[in-house]
Write a protein that binds this ligand. Structure first.
Ligand code: NOJ
Length: 715
């Protein structure tokens, strides 16, 4: 018998339920229920896990009570939401996705893990892997965007980054893949609402990233708050037990979401806390976060014979094993015991700047407005987001340093030391006050360029932050019109820097502004990164991981839709289209300009006829016809035009980057294992079907910009 089993043998039911409970220490408030003082429960061994406590001193103090004062001395596991950096804030996850750089995805998670561990913590509730195709849903900001294949790459990188080579390392933390699963398609884009999707969409779009996280060894998984076709995920036996544990072989910890077990009562599947706890336990949820359902409900359920002690033991063992893997039994104080070197902190800050710079997506740049000329005399920085340092961090920056993030105004002032930089807010992010607009617009007249900083407040995206009209909030549209009118008269170019946690409905802005830089929320180094791009110190290289619609009525809009039996044809009335709008988006998935100008030629695919075990080598010549060095992201899509199940118009299967000087030509190479061409057949089993598969390569998911070839599958 190993030590964990022996320990289990010595535990009372109350102590077991304590290991299956996680309550908040209320350092940060991330849900509607605030727990009271947990100290006594830790001392008497009836509380084994905490969330929302930070700071090595506090963590060690709590750990000391658990280890020295509780009967069995079992260390605590303490988790925190480290969504895009812990103290140093990196771009929001949607912005990070836009970097299309797996190295960065992993590195930022590694650095975030270091900071988290330095605070004494051993667990994080990240990465968030929910594919989102409805921009009304505020949690779009936390995830990988619209594409399942991209979500898989991010899942792998993030799990590796957080967990490091060994979970027991003093700078590793247990990652939690969340929210399992299909949380994104909430009805009406309203957070926490019902989800009702097809089995195929579930399996093709929403499960792959979780399967990838399990494959990468993720320590923990959090079921979504939501229900799927009437079955809340927190009690979803078929998905938690049969799929996750059975099919995927996941043997880590399942931690409920905040109060989610109690919410089974609101969902209407449990009459009281006893039934709620029973349902969650039966589905295999190991830890009850904040509902107090296990501690209060399971003793009654045991008495009534609704659950068995063996079912409880299974969960306790999984929790204890995770604590063991985290090295908590060996040394509960290993995390947070050594101060970080100044150089490590400085390097992290550089990484934050690099990630922020690479997350910026240049959506428009007419007439080479950007980069700004170095000899500008007077630049006018207008808008409510120009000096809003807190907003730069985006949502979920709970433990971010109190030290202000760099604002756009500060970044530009340090990047353009000889220019006069004037500033006016014009109007607030939200609200109805228009009194500052006229004066702000007047500043434009005598300037060489206007940088207009617009968008959402950080809290307008994230959890419980759905928006029915995701346009520029408040009176910002009035500000835009006034500034653009004045600038047009004075012939001053207007560059818009747009902050948001989701695509916004900004067709008119996109039409009228000279240049538009999508900044998402870039984090601690926001202003420096933006100034680097605006002044040409860096060429923008971010690509949007979500399609931007022209109008809200187009959603859900995503590049990998299916063809329909009546594909859009403007000449034919009875085809799939709108009467009042084209089907095409404002910005396609993958779109983003740089300061280069790239053309593609000579797409080659080898071998042209392939078997299941082959890897197809795809190569394309890319030329930078622009006047500046820049980096291009090259995408590889496939289309299986005839298959037993209708396949999407395009499916992402690869991307790579190539840096080219002005006038330079290079070859971008991508590898496509034939295995990647498998899809779920009529019976949902993965199949590889013989015949042609189209290969499309280019700068984004706009079919008009892609070069095409094909490969013949002989399987
Ligand atoms: C609720 C959120 O849905 C989840 O993502 C988060 O990890 C928990 N609260 C804990 O803060």
């Amino acid at each position: 018998m190993n030590t964990i089993d022996k320990l289990l043998g010595r535990m009372t039911v109350a102590e077991k339920l304590g290991q299956m409970t996680m309550t908040s220490a209320s350092y940060a408030v991330t849900g509607p229920v605030i727990a009271g003082d947990s100290t006594e429960s830790i001392r008497n061994g009836t509380l084994g896990n905490l969330l929302n406590l930070v700071g090595a001193k506090h963590v060690h103090e709590m750990q000391r009570i658990a280890v020295d004062e509780s009967r069995l001395g079992i260390p605590l596991m303490i988790g925190f939401d480290v969504i895009h950096g812990h103290r140093t804030i990196f771009p929001v996850p949607l912005g990070e996705a836009a970097t299309f750089e797996p190295r960065l995805w992993e590195l930022t998670a590694r650095e975030a893990a270091r900071e988290t561990a330095a605070d004494g913590l051993a667990m994080t509730f990240a990465p968030m892997l929910d594919v989102s195709r409805d921009l009304r849903w505020g949690r779009t900001v936390e995830g990988p965007g619209e594409d399942p294949w991209l979500a898989v790459q991010i899942a792998r990188a993030k799990v590796r980054g957080f967990q490091g080579a060994d979970l027991a390392q003093a700078d590793s933390v247990a990652a939690t893949a969340k929210h399992f699963c299909a949380y994104g398609p909430v009805m009406g884009g309203r957070d926490y609402a019902s989800v009702d999707i097809s089995e195929r969409t579930l399996r093709e779009v929403h499960l792959p990233a979780f399967a990838a996280a399990v494959d990468a060894g993720v320590a923990s998984i959090m079921p979504a708050f939501t229900e799927l076709g009437g079955i809340p995920l927190t009690m979803h036996k078929a998905l938690l037990r049969d799929y996750l544990r059975g099919e995927l072989g996941f043997d880590g910890v399942i931690v409920s979401d905040y109060n989610a077990i109690r919410e089974l009562i609101h969902h209407g599947v449990a009459g009281d806390i006893v039934e709620a706890a029973t349902l969650a336990l039966k589905a295999g949820v190991d830890i009850d976060m904040m509902a107090e359902a296990y501690r209060h409900g399971l003793p009654v359920a045991l008495e009534r014979g609704l659950v068995t002690i063996a079912e409880i033991d299974e969960c306790v063992l999984r929790v204890l094993r995770l604590k063991e893997r985290l090295g908590l039994f060996d040394d509960p104080y290993r995390r947070g015991s050594t101060a970080e070197a100044a150089e490590a902190i400085a390097a992290r800050r550089r990484l934050a700047r690099e990630a922020a710079t690479k997350s910026l997506v240049l959506a428009k740049n007419s007439g080479g407005t950007l980069p700004l000329r170095k000899d500008l005399r007077r630049v006018c920085v207008i808008g409510p987001l120009a000096t809003a340092w807190r907003e730069m961090r985006g949502p979920w920056a709970a433990a971010g340093y109190e030290e202000p993030s760099i604002t756009v105004l500060a970044g530009l002032r340090s990047a353009l030391p000889s220019a006069e930089i004037v500033h006016a807010e014009g109007t607030a992010i939200s609200g109805t006050d228009t009194s500052g607009i006229a004066a702000a617009a007047e500043l434009v007249a005598d300037s060489d360029a206007v940088v207009l900083c617009l968008g959402e407040a950080a809290e307008m995206s994230g959890e419980a932050a759905s928006r029915s009209s995701p346009e520029l909030p408040g009176e910002q549209r009035a500000l835009v019109e006034a500034v653009l009118d004045r600038a047009a008269r004075a012939k001053v170019p207007v560059v818009v820097v747009l902050f948001s946690g989701r695509p916004l409905i900004v067709s008119r802005l996109m039409e009228r502004a000279d240049a538009v830089l999508i900044a998402w929320f870039p984090g601690t180094e926001a202003g420096n990164a933006i100034a680097d791009v605006l002044t040409g110190r860096a060429s923008p290289s971010g690509r949007t991981p979500v399609t931007w619609p022209r109008a809200l009525g187009q959603i859900p809009i995503f590049y990998s839709q299916r063809n329909s039996g009546r594909p859009e044809n403007p000449q034919d009335h009875f085809t799939s289209k709108y009467l009042d709008l084209p089907n095409t988006p404002l910005l396609p998935f993958g779109f983003g300009l740089s300061y280069g100008r790239f053309s593609y030629a000579n797409l080659t695919v080898s071998p042209e006829s392939a078997r299941a075990s082959d890897t197809i080598e795809v190569a394309v010549e890319v030329t930078n016809q622009g006047a500046r060095a820049a980096e291009e992201t090259v995408f590889l899509f496939i289309r299986d035009r005839v298959a037993s199940v209708a396949r999407p118009l395009l499916e992402l299967k690869g991307f790579t980057k190539i840096s080219l000087g002005a006038g330079e030509t290079g070859t971008a190479r991508l590898r496509l294992p034939v295995e990647e061409l498998r899809f779920l057949g009529l019976d949902f089993e993965p199949v590889l079907e013989p015949g042609d598969v189209e290969i499309h390569v280019g700068p984004c998911a706009d079919p008009a910009q892609l070069l095409s070839s094909r490969v013949l599958l002989r399987v």
